[in-house]
Design a protein around this ligand. Structure first.
Ligand code: MGD
Ligand code: MGD
Ligand code: SF4
Ligand code: MO
Length: 595
């Protein structure tokens, strides 16, 4: 019986190891982080998902060869854009950059995901390193801050067992229900939460003076900065009080603590401020650079790698991509019509193009608009290398299944380069090895070249000899201009309630828009809607219908529509974060209308 080890390629921090034997897959029990189990996305939903099994041009099924010829023709135009999603996290996805460099096309900059938070981390620490799971294991207290661990990083769960848990989230998540302290924070108030905790840490002598003198000598200035904020109105705004702040600080004091921070805190224009402030809090408490301590966010998985697919092309923003400026748009590994913010804008822009090429696995909102459809291979059907944004292990993704209708990104790029008359690529193996050879071998796996067992042990900055940079300014137009308004009940028949925060986290049966989709809006029963009722939800960006699900886990000032829900992004703005070129999915309030 021949066994092949491979790795899950879905855009998920766990990057689980997989063993394939005789057509069956199971978890790689030796893999350092997958703890012997694969999730339902891989075991249940992925195998059920119908694939695109033939190429199409103008709605007609054609051979792959014909579709590739049509692709060549469409790309042989003045303005062409490559828009890549994160449907497959393998490094080989980026090989199409080499084609766009040669044909003088445009690519994108920025991200739909974690750019704002990343920018905040860079401001304070200069580099965004992985917090190794081994340090999480050694912690005594875990602060889960805007991260829905049971859904989006389930393999961290065993690391949390037996620890004191603090959850800071507007939703009473599964983790919140088990937590020792759950702070059901107002959405978009995390910056204030971190600043207030840092201020009370100073006042209550919870600071780590020795650590601060060595790694963050500007801490007195930071304390002065925290004093610029008025305590009472801010605690009210957050939805907490002095007592809860004290409990949190006392639980952390003198104990090894990790902060696991998720995307939830930074889906806002000011997202960078939040991560820098949480880092500043952790620094104040001396919870950096020590065993069992640290702040883990979505780290830079490519840190210290030389990336052979980095190219110099013209770039446009990914968040509000001006598709309409291009004759041909190639969409690879993504479903922008549903996943990008402001769907109305995306659809309008895409309609202005001449040719949309969709290169992916599944039919979705984007394939429905495409003129040319190219079936991809999935990560079981081609060779690749998988990095993780939450652990240091690098592992090959091996071909364990054949697919006679799809095409790999390597072949796609190579064939088109040849059709354009350019030199062929190097061999596929050459590129795979370029990545793996940069890593130290670690049993069956590899270690990222950026790996540090205890990150920032000697200090911050690229070389680990810099001081931490504290936040020293904060401005926020959104909060100033849009006042928080309470639910307004008109009559039983016509309830118009205004201005609810729209929370759109990930769902457990979907990976972004892949797999199971949804049509629900979850809200607090006090808003007066019936389960199963369909309502119109609208914002200044657009509207859509959703079906009501009541839940006591909600705050009364926020509604929840998961990121896999059909139509959610008709409601979201295509504004770009102040720092980090990132989407701001939650910089929006919605209104609800009974229909
Ligand atoms: N099953 C599954 N797993 C996934 C994905 C998936 O689609 N499905 N997607 C993957 C991807 S692409 C990513 S980027 C990661 C993201 O995974 P996470 O980092 O967990 O991000 P989200 O699920 O968006 O939101 C996390 C939490 O933030 C909370 N939150 C929302 N707004 C706020 C706020 O203002 N303040 C605070 N404190 N909390 C807030 C939400 O209630 C939620 O509990 O997950 C990955 N894993
Ligand atoms: N409202 C709201 N919207 C969000 C978010 C949110 O929190 N709220 N989260 C955002 C985040 S964090 C992210 S990362 C984005 C993700 O958004 P996208 O990057 O657009 O990802 P998906 O919507 O999952 O679409 C992935 C597509 O990739 C294709 N695919 C999968 N594997 C391969 C492959 O090997 N090759 C090729 N060529 N194609 C493949 C599949 O056909 C699938 O349809 O969504 C964002 N959208
Ligand atoms: S989706 Fe995530 S948790 Fe599930 S198998 Fe893949 S890497 Fe592991
Ligand atoms: Mo993401």
């Amino acid at each position: 019986m021949s066994e092949i080890k491979t790795t899950c390629g879905l855009d998920c921090p766990d990057a689980c190891g997989i063993v394939s034997s005789n057509g069956n897959i199971k978890a790689d029990t030796n893999h350092p982080t997958s703890n012997g189990a694969l999730c339902a996305l891989l075991n249940k939903y992925l195998p059920k998902e119908p694939r695109i099994t033939s190429a199409r041009v103008a709605g007609k099924e054609v051979s792959l060869e014909e579709a590739m010829n049509a692709t060549k023709e469409a790309l042989d135009t003045y303005a062409k854009l490559l828009w890549r999603g994160s449907g497959n996290f393998g490094v080989m996805q980026e090989i199409t950059n080499l084609l766009f460099e040669k044909i003088e096309g445009t690519t994108t900059k920025g991200t739909l995901c974690d750019g704002a938070g990343d920018a905040g981390i860079l401001e304070g620490r200069e580099v965004n390193r992985v917090l190794p799971p081994e340090q999480i294991a050694k912690a005594e207290v875990v602060v889960v801050w805007g991260k829905n661990i049971t859904v989006t990083a389930s393999h961290l769960m065993p690391y949390l067992e037996g620890k004191e848990i603090i959850v800071i989230d507007p939703i009473k998540t599964a983790m919140a229900k088990k937590a020792d302290i759950f702070c059901q924070i107002a959405p978009r108030s995390d910056f204030f939460m971190a600043i207030m905790l840092a201020r009370f840490a100073h006042m209550g002598d919870f600071e780590d003076q020795e650590y601060l003198e060595e790694h963050a000598p500007d801490h007195e200035d930071f304390y002065a900065f925290t004093q610029e904020f008025r305590v009472r109105p801010i605690l009210d705004y957050i939805g907490t009080d002095l007592n809860e702040m004290g409990q949190i600080l006392e639980m952390i004091h003198g104990k090894k603590t990790v902060f696991l921070v998720g995307n939830g805190v930074q889906k806002y224009s000011t997202g960078h401020h939040v991560l820098q402030a949480i880092d500043a809090l952790a620094v104040t408490l001396g919870k950096f650079g020590k065993e069992g301590c640290g702040v883990g966010f979505l780290a830079n998985s490519k840190l210290n790698f030389k990336n052979p697919f980095t190219v110099k092309t013209t770039k446009v923003q990914k968040v509000d991509t001006p598709f309409g400026d291009f004759g041909t748009v190639l969409i690879q590994g993504g479903n922008p019509v549903a996943s990008m913010p402001n769907s109305n804008r995306v659809i309008e822009e895409l309609k202005k193009t001449n040719t949309i090429i969709y290169y992916g696995l599944y039919e979705n909102e984007t394939s429905a608009m495409a003129d040319i459809v190219i079936p991809a291979k999935n990560f079981f059907e081609k060779e690749d290398v998988r990095l993780s944004y939450a652990h240091q292990y690098v592992a090959p993704m091996r071909k364990i299944e054949a697919c006679d209708y799809g095409i790999s990104e390597y072949d796609f790029t190579d064939i088109l380069l040849q059709k354009f008359g350019f030199e062929s690529l190097q061999s596929e193996e050459y590129y795979i090895n370029l990545w793996l050879d940069q890593c130290e071998k670690h049993g069956d796996y590899y270690l990222s070249p950026a790996f540090q067992a205890i990150p920032y042990k000697d200090g911050f900055g690229n070389d680990g000899d810099e001081e931490f940079v504290f936040p020293d300014e904060f401005g926020d137009d959104f909060i100033k201009t849009k006042q928080f308004t309470r639910a307004r009940k008109k009559s039983k028949k016509e309830i118009i309630i205004e201005d609810y925060w729209l929370i759109s986290p990930k769902a457990n049966k979907a990976l972004n828009t892949q797999f199971q989709r949804d049509n629900k809006i979850t809200l607090h029963p006090s808003l007066g809607f019936e389960n199963g009722e369909t309502i119109n939800v609208y914002s200044e960006w657009g509207e859509h219908h959703f079906e009501i699900k009541n839940s006591e886990d909600m705050r009364a000032d926020a509604v929840l529509i998961t990121a896999n829900t059909i139509g959610v992004n008709f409601l979201t703005p295509s504004i770009i974060s102040e720092e980090g070129d990132s989407a701001c999915y939650q910089e929006v309030k919605v209104k609800l209308k009974r229909i």
